[in-house]
Design a protein around this ligand. Structure first.
Ligand SMILES: NC(=O)C1=CN([C@@H]2O[C@H](COP(=O)(O)OP(=O)(O)OC[C@H]3O[C@@H](n4cnc5c(N)ncnc54)[C@H](OP(=O)(O)O)[C@@H]3O)[C@@H](O)[C@H]2O)C=CC1
Ligand SMILES: O=C(O)[C@@H]1CCC=N1
Length: 276
């Protein structure tokens, strides 16, 4: 994308997720002056202002500058944030991109006055280091050009894949939206167990993180399935086998499946509770 064709992007809400995407965009060379970010308190936006972004507490001003409007507030307040922006959104008609869990295109469209091109994006926080994974779904008003715009934007911060049905965003949330937290939890547990086995905290931490990075890089680069890569680590009657048997005896696969089902279910509940 050349500079002249890069869209102005306005983030309504500059919390964890917006900041992760903004950080990834800036580090990838996206011009700061083409990014707007709003929040409820100007002082919380000072660091973004210092990096050259346009910041403020006036959502309407951001909307009026936006080619792409990214809605990045909590699902529970999305309606009360959207409705006051209705007139300016109708006037400017940017491409709407919501990163909120659960809330459907129809609700967003209605809250913003109707007949909008709406993309729902389920990103994740590793966008901060350009290693994000986003699932995208667009309503019937999203043109091919707008699809390309949304995909290009999210590709600046990682992988961006479209899903065919909106319902599938619940599954994307369970896999990649919330997924980083599962890996962080696993890292926490490995670091704690490493310490219990006698390693110093720093050594346990560094070995754990490098192992996670190495395994992810290797699985991404390899033509072999993770199952095959696992078998390659697991010597018969060796050490790994004992760990894997212990995980399996504790029902790891079922634990993971139940956790992800619970995550997807919560996403469906949010969609139901917050509809209109
Ligand atoms: N965190 C994650 O890993 C992921 C989050 N998401 C989605 O991203 C969205 C945001 O989540 P997250 O970033 O974690 O939440 P945060 O609470 O960190 O960020 C939300 C931000 O919204 C701002 N805000 C509140 N009211 C307004 C308003 N009226 N106008 C402008 N900004 C406002 C808040 O600003 P202030 O502090 O000034 O009130 C806050 O910084 C959610 O919908 C979530 O479902 C999606 C994928 C992953
Ligand atoms: O926990 C949440 O609700 C958000 C959505 C996906 C990740 N974090």
């Amino acid at each position: 994308m050349t500079k002249s064709t890069q869209p102005t992007v306005a983030f309504i809400g500059a919390g964890n997720m917006a900041r992760a995407i903004i950080g990834g965009l800036l580090d990838n060379g996206y011009p700061a002056n083409l990014i707007w970010a709003t929040g409820t308190r100007a002082e919380k936006l000072a660091d973004l202002e210092a990096r050259g972004l346009n910041t403020g507490t006036n959502n309407d001003a951001a909307v009026l500058a936006a080619d792409i409007l990214i809605l990045a507030v909590k699902p529970q307040i999305m309606k009360q944030v959207c409705e006051p922006m209705r007139a300016t959104v109708q006037q400017r008609r940017p491409l709407i991109v919501s990163v909120a869990a659960g809330i459907g295109c129809d609700s967003l469209d209605q809250w913003l006055g109707g007949s909008h091109a709406v993309v729902r994006c389920m990103p994740n926080t590793p966008s901060q280091v350009q290693s994000g994974a986003s699932g995208l779904y667009g309503n019937e008003r999203v043109s091919d050009e707008q699809k390309a715009q949304a995909e290009s934007l999210m590709s600046h911060v990682g992988l961006a894949l479209w899903v065919e049905r909106e319902e599938l965003l619940h599954a994307v949330t369970a896999v990649s939206g919330s997924g980083p937290a599962y890996y962080f939890l696993f890292m926490e547990a490995m670091m704690a167990a490493g310490e219990k086995l006698g390693l110093g905290a720093d050594t346990a931490r560094r070995l754990t993180l490098q192992t996670a990075l190495g395994a992810a890089r290797m699985a991404s680069a390899s033509e072999l399935d993770p199952a095959e890569l696992r078998r390659n680590v697991t010597s018969p009657k060796g050490t790994t086998e004992q760990a894997i048997l212990s995980f399996q005896a504790a029902g790891l696969e079922k634990i993971v499946e139940e956790a992800m089902q619970a995550c997807a279910q919560r996403s469906r509940e949010l969609a139901e509770q917050l509809r209109d």
